[in-house]
Ligand binder design. Structure first.
Ligand code: DNO
Length: 384
């Protein structure tokens, strides 16, 4: 039985949530990254060791790196891609030398995870949401992307126009900021102008070209990761469909199968993010977790309630459209006895979280509730 290890994402010393609080919440593993290092630069052994020491002296264990980010230059395969790739491999070598063996990354172009509203009310707090009308309003009326209007249903564009008309200047600015300033963990932030420029680097990159770039990366990295004893885990697209005309290629069951098949090594694994995957109705999570278990090396447990046109909001960890119990059970009964880190992905900004500073989605009490629910479920499943 794979032993699911309760873990918690910590943004390092600048995270307003302390390691002692994380320990008190019941986590054993820490998921963290060296966010102070510029994307594309080498993670040195000294810096890795320093973070590792900090985590272990709190009685916790650095279970996963999230993320060792893949630079846009690799994603677009530009002129400096080979230098960036060399640096990436050196960082992996340094991590392996320090005994860190599970790494999460994504291959989403320009934007990491995307939401349009960070304050949807729920009982006792707020949650994060992506509303299609807001995304379309941003795309058509703030970004004014060429061809944007023609890329959506006319009805949706009209709804977005009507919605946009109701917003005052401050609300428009806040919508743009939500999309452009980056959510925690994103490596880039943009002004509207910079964002248009970043999008234009994909003008000539179709989904097929982009997939070639991903596969080139997998072929360059995975054999070395395998030698180093490192398990790489790609995070699925969030949301799992094309946004703002950008290619997205890690969204569906077929996409995940293609990733693992392309380089058939254990090192070439997946981060199974239930919230991202369940944001499309055609992803059958339990079937996927069962089928791909041996390549799943890291798990994000989060739930969503889906709405129209790809909209969703982050619901309670055990309430929503994703069968969390089914996924946990599939992973716990995968026939192995390995330790498999999972973390409660995001949480409500709940009760006293409203009076504390925390990053969107990365609250203390909201995640503590999520972790408690998931741990209860895990123990119940193990018992039965
Ligand atoms: C959001 C996170 C993502 C994730 C990266 C992995 O909460 O799940 O930012 O860390 O996409 O590279």
């Amino acid at each position: 039985m794979a032993q699911l290890l309760p873990s918690w994402r910590w943004y390092g010393p600048q995270d307003p949530i302390q390691l002692l609080e994380i320990k008190a919440a019941g986590a054993k593993g820490i998921v963290t990254a060296l966010h102070q290092i510029e994307n594309g630069a080498i993670w040195t052994k000294a810096e890795i060791q320093e973070r590792n020491k900090e985590v272990s002296s709190a009685g916790l264990h650095w279970s996963v790196v999230e993320s060792l980010p893949v630079h846009e230059g690799i994603k677009t395969n530009n002129a400096v891609a080979s230098v960036l790739l060399k640096n990436y491999l050196l960082s992996l070598e340094n991590l392996a030398a320090c005994g860190i063996d599970t790494i999460c990354y994504n291959f989403m172009p320009v934007l990491d995870w995307t939401r349009t509203n960070l304050q949807k009310p729920v009982p006792g707090g707020t949650t994060l949401e992506l509303r299609a009308v807001e995304l379309v309003a941003f795309d058509c009326f703030l970004l004014e992307r060429e061809g944007a209007k023609a890329s959506y249903d006319a009805e949706l564009v009209q709804a977005a126009a009507d919605y946009f008309d109701t917003l005052d200047a401050a609300q428009r600015e806040s919508l743009a900021a939500t999309l452009l300033l980056g959510l925690p963990g994103s490596e880039e932030t943009y002004s509207l102008e910079e964002f248009r420029a970043a999008l234009s680097t994909y003008d000539h990159i179709s989904a097929a070209n982009f997939r070639e770039n991903l596969f080139r990366f997998l072929e360059a990295v995975m054999p070395r990761a395998q030698e180093l004893g490192i398990k790489m885990t790609i995070h699925p697209d969030d949301p799992p469909y094309s946004v703002l005309g950008l290619p997205r290629i890690v969204s569906t069951a077929e996409d995940l199968r293609a990733v693992v098949k392309t380089v058939d090594l254990t090192a070439n694994g997946l981060c199974f993010c239930t919230g991202s995957l369940a944001s499309r109705a055609d992803n059958d999570l339990v079937t996927l977790a069962t089928e791909l278990a041996e390549r799943i090396h890291f798990v994000h447990l989060r739930n969503v309630q889906r709405g129209a046109h790809g909209s969703f909001f982050e619901s309670g960890h055990l309430q929503g459209d994703a069968d969390i119990a089914g996924v946990m059970k599939a992973l716990m009964t995968d026939g192995t006895d390995r330790s498999l880190a999972y973390r409660p992905d995001h949480g409500f900004k709940l009760l006293d979280d409203q009076n504390r500073t925390s990053y969107p989605g990365y609250s203390l009490y909201g995640r503590l509730r999520g972790l408690a629910e998931l741990e209860g479920l895990r123990h119940g499943l193990a018992y039965s």
